[in-house]
Every structure is written in structure tokens, then in C-alpha cells.
Design a protein around this ligand. Structure first.
Ligand code: AMP
Ligand code: MN
Ligand code: MN
Ligand code: MN
Length: 303
């Protein structure tokens, strides 16, 4: 596997390719409950086989995989953190806020996520209409075929259908051509507010984390605003090491996190064997100036 900056990134199953030590902690990944390709139990088994010692499942806007994943983690002797990745609209940009160490039975969190999920069906219909105008027929039914959990129909499911139709080489090409702002399948959408997401996560006993900040198309000044606002609202951590960051991003967000007095989080953001930069179960072990979030989560295995 080759990272964006050209450096070979370790995949646990192919140790000959490794040029970097891996930290056996992964605090961000997806199962079929959202847009991942492995069922929760399979995902945890893959992480364990990859040497993972501490895993958080963080499906988009849904908690349904957590009980099964926790049970599998117990059976395989790895530490499990209940998580979620909440979709948020902030200053016209979609952000993702991960919650770690949440109580999945918390009623306010469940209700909030239900409300976030409820807009997805209508959005999917509009996306399909836009794609039909661009000559891609049958996208609604096609995307739902890939969505094990129909309540969580997402752009990733549309992308898989469009690849299947031979309209693009892979899902990243689909996004560029069809699914990002200004493209035919993009539909503007209102998710939760930043304050709501943080409140739901904290109310459920969890820590809020800004996911993959390097992916947001916002200015440096907006990034400063975001970090300040996030901290003022009670946010705890920023993802520094994730599958979608370059090595420059690692350095930039470690410094931003450290300077803001926030904690650093790490996670693969694994979705499936062919769609992700990092395999599930670990992240490159790089020195961090910022304090790691797992210290605050009290995870003995991760220490
Ligand atoms: P949605 O929540 O429906 O907007 O879908 C967002 C999901 O689409 C993300 O969580 C990723 O899994 C996937 N995604 C977003 N941007 C890209 C991209 N450029 N390439 C591949 N997948 C992407
Ligand atoms: Mn996703
Ligand atoms: Mn995300
Ligand atoms: Mn994710």
C-alpha cells in the first residue's frame, strides 16, 4: 500500500512492505452498519488478526454495531471503545465529529443520531435524480443494494454502484467526478450543529474528537476558528494520525492540537480492504507532541 506522499505504509498482513512501526491502536473505523464493507464481528476479527490491542468502532450516525463488536472484542481479548462518527454542518462545510467512550444506551444521543439519519433517504433520492440527469440510471436502487443498513444510505454506497456500472475506475474517482460540491450527484445537506454533536457525545459520557481535519476545504483562519469553537463547546481531541492525512498533516495537526491544549487521537478510518489507506487495527507509530487521547480514556492496553 502506498500513501499519498509516496511513503510505503505498513499493512499488518504484508509485513515485508512495512517501513514503519505500527501502533496497535485504532480509534476510528467503519462496519456495514454505516458505509464499511465488513460486518462488525468480521471487522473486529480482522483488527485482532492485524495485531490490534485497542479498537473503537465509529460508524457514521449509528450505534447498532457496538454490542456485537464489543462481544467479539471480548472473545478475542482486545480492548474495545464504543464510538460513533457524527455528521455535522459548520460554516457551510460538512465536518465529522467522532465520539469515543460513549454509552450506547444514552437516550439523547440515540435521539440525536436518529434525527441526523432521518434526512438521508430524501437526500439519496435527490442524489439519484442528479445522477440520472448526468446519465447514470438506477442509482437509487443500485446504492441501496450496497447499503446493509438502509437508514445509513451514504455517498459511499452510490460510489460503489457507479464503479460497478463502469463509470469510474474506483470510488475516489467517482467522488471527484460525481459526488463532491459542484458535481451532479452532490446535494447540499444540513446535518447536526457542532454544538449538538459535542453535547450528545459528552452527555453520553464520551470524548468528542475532530475527525480527519486535513480533509476539510477550509482556510487556515477557519481552522483556527473551528479549533477554538470546538474547545469552547467542550471538545476534547483532534485526530492527528488517520488514513486520510499526509505526513505533513500529521505534523501540522499535532502542533495545532498541542498548542490548543487538546488531545491527539489516531485511527485508520478503515472502510474496506480495497478502499482504505490503512488496514484496520493500527496506525503508523509516530512521535506526538500532543497528549494521546487514550490516556484520558484510561485504556491500560494502549499505554
Ligand atoms: P456521506 O455521509 O453520505 O456524505 O458520505 C461520506 C462518506 O463518503 C465518507 O465517510 C467516506 O466514507 C466517503 N468519502 C467521502 N469523500 C470521499 C472521497 N473523496 N473518496 C472516497 N470516499 C469518500
Ligand atoms: Mn465513511
Ligand atoms: Mn469521516
Ligand atoms: Mn470515518
Amino acid at each position: 500500500m502506498v500513501a499519498r506522499d509516496g511513503c510505503a505504509v505498513a499493512v499488518h498482513k504484508t509485513p515485508l512492505l512495512c517501513c514503519m512501526a505500527m501502533r496497535p491502536i485504532d480509534l476510528h473505523c467503519h462496519s456495514t452498519v454505516s458505509d464499511g464493507m465488513l460486518a462488525p464481528a468480521e471487522l473486529v476479527a480482522r483488527a485482532a488478526a492485524n495485531g490490534c490491542r485497542c479498537l473503537a468502532l465509529t460508524d457514521h450516525d449509528d450505534l447498532d454495531g457496538l454490542a456485537t463488536a464489543a462481544e467479539q472484542a471480548r472473545a478475542l481479548g482486545i480492548e474495545f471503545v464504543a464510538g460513533v462518527e457524527v455528521s455535522v454542518s459548520w460554516q457551510g462545510t460538512t465536518l465529522h465529529i467522532v465520539g469515543l467512550g460513549i454509552d450506547p444506551t444514552d437516550a439523547a444521543l440515540q435521539q440525536g443520531l436518529q434525527q441526523v439519519r432521518s434526512g438521508r433517504a430524501e437526500r439519496a433520492e435527490q442524489m439519484a435524480a442528479g445522477l440520472a440527469r448526468a446519465g447514470i440510471a438506477g442509482a437509487l436502487q443500485g446504492a441501496y443494494r450496497y447499503a446493509s443498513n438502509p437508514a445509513l444510505i451514504s455517498r459511499a454506497h452510490f460510489a460503489r454502484y457507479i464503479v460497478e456500472q463502469g463509470r469510474a475506475r474506483n470510488t475516489s474517482a467517482v467522488f471527484k467526478r460525481f459526488l463532491v460540491k459542484g458535481k451532479p450527484g452532490y446535494v447540499k445537506h444540513q446535518w447536526a450543529s457542532l454544538g449538538e454533536a459535542i453535547e450528545w457525545i459528552r452527555g453520553a459520557g464520551g470524548l468528542a474528537v475532530v475527525a480527519h481535519p486535513g480533509r476539510y476545504r477550509i482556510s487556515a483562519a477557519q481552522m483556527q476558528d473551528l479549533v477554538r469553537e470546538f474547545r469552547e463547546l467542550g471538545g476534547a481531541a483532534i485526530e492527528v494520525i488517520t488514513g486520510s492525512h499526509s505526513t505533513d498533516d500529521y505534523k501540522r495537526f499535532d502542533a495545532i492540537t498541542h498548542d490548543a491544549g487538546l488531545l491527539a487521537s489516531v485511527g485508520s478510518d478503515f472502510h474496506g480492504p480495497e478502499e482504505s489507506w490503512l488496514d484496520v487495527g493500527g496506525v503508523p507509530e509516530l512521535p506526538l507532541a500532543a497528549t494521546p487521547v487514550w490516556e484520558a480514556l484510561g485504556l491500560p492496553v494502549a499505554a
